[in-house]
Write a protein that binds this ligand. Structure first.
Ligand SMILES: NC(=O)c1ccc[n+]([C@@H]2O[C@H](COP(=O)([O-])OP(=O)(O)OC[C@H]3O[C@@H](n4cnc5c(N)ncnc54)[C@H](OP(=O)(O)O)[C@@H]3O)[C@@H](O)[C@H]2O)c1
Length: 247
């Protein structure tokens, strides 16, 4: 119960890594606001399964700043503060890196805008509320794609690299009140990448030093550690990939 009575907003909390993070934070005493986009029903079901009480859901659409403003008002009115912002929401689609005809400039910008612009906009909205907390921390769920340049498509890799750079800049600008960290997984067992099967993930894992498929829980534990143990860390990334990036 290390996080007793802390308040966390988890964007992309309706599934995968975000949902697992909501669970582990609630188990540790946090009141969790689960952000959803299309998964309202999933988010509603999830908060019934969380530990302890005081949890809520809010609509957060990375493409719509107004959503975050409404969510901020709700969180301020309900809890009066926000201690942790976990940005797990993200979007991608599989496009072979050699297929540059399919990755049009419009699509490239759309992927950057959703992932990087959307994450920036959410952070910007919640900074005033986070500034009221004595343990304010922002964790951006990034990816090893940011520095390996390998991932579901070129724009996604660039978007995650931009998130990592933004994490460094904001950590410098917003400290000492707010810490920022990236948590960077690779190939996690969720439905994030359309068409990717568990079999595919097992084959990817075989080539890594730890030879294990990374589960949402592995990433959520790293996010928890950022809040509970890595209190002297800011502006850096925690890699959770079984050694994928050094394979
Ligand atoms: N799975 C991997 O292999 C992997 C590897 C490295 C990094 N990551 C990162 O991990 C994060 C979580 O992904 P996941 O693996 O947990 O996949 P996931 O289960 O598909 O979760 C993605 C989440 O993002 C939300 N989302 C999508 N578009 C959105 C939008 N426009 N506005 C707001 N929310 C939106 C979804 O919400 P709704 O369902 O409610 O629409 C969903 O909750 C992402 O940032 C991803 O880049 C994943």
């Amino acid at each position: 119960m290390e996080l007793k009575n802390k308040v966390a907003l988890v964007t992309g909390g309706s599934s995968g890594i975000g949902a697992e993070t909501a669970k582990i934070l609630s188990k540790n005493g946090c009141k969790v606001v689960v952000g959803y986009n299309r998964g309202e029903k999933r988010a509603k079901n999830l908060i019934k399964k969380l530990y302890n009480n005081g949890h809520n859901i809010v609509k957060i659409d990375l493409r719509d700043q107004n959503c975050s403003e409404v969510a901020k008002k709700f969180i301020k009115k309900t809890y009066g503060k926000l201690d942790y912002l976990i940005n797990s929401a993200g979007y991608t689609e599989p496009i072979n890196h050699a297929d540059i005809s399919s990755l049009t400039p419009e699509k490239f910008n759309m992927i950057i805008n959703i992932n990087t612009g959307g994450t920036y906009s959410i952070i910007r909205t919640f900074v005033p509320l986070l500034n009221l907390s004595k343990s304010a921390t922002i964790v951006n769920v990034s990816s090893v794609s940011a520095f390996t340049g390998s991932g579901s498509n070129i724009a996604y890799c660039a978007a995650k690299a931009a998130i990592d750079t933004m994490t460094i800049s904001l950590a410098r600008a917003l400290g000492p009140k707010i810490r920022l960290l990236s948590v960077s997984p690779a190939a996690v067992a969720t439905n994030f990448v359309e068409g990717r099967t568990f079999e595919n993930l097992k084959n990817i894992a075989k080539k890594t030093p730890l030879k294990k498929v990374i589960k949402p829980k592995d990433v959520s534990l790293a996010i928890l550690a950022c809040l509970t143990h890595l209190k002297s860390s800011t502006g850096t990334r925690i890699i959770v990939d079984g050694g994928h990036h050094i394979k």
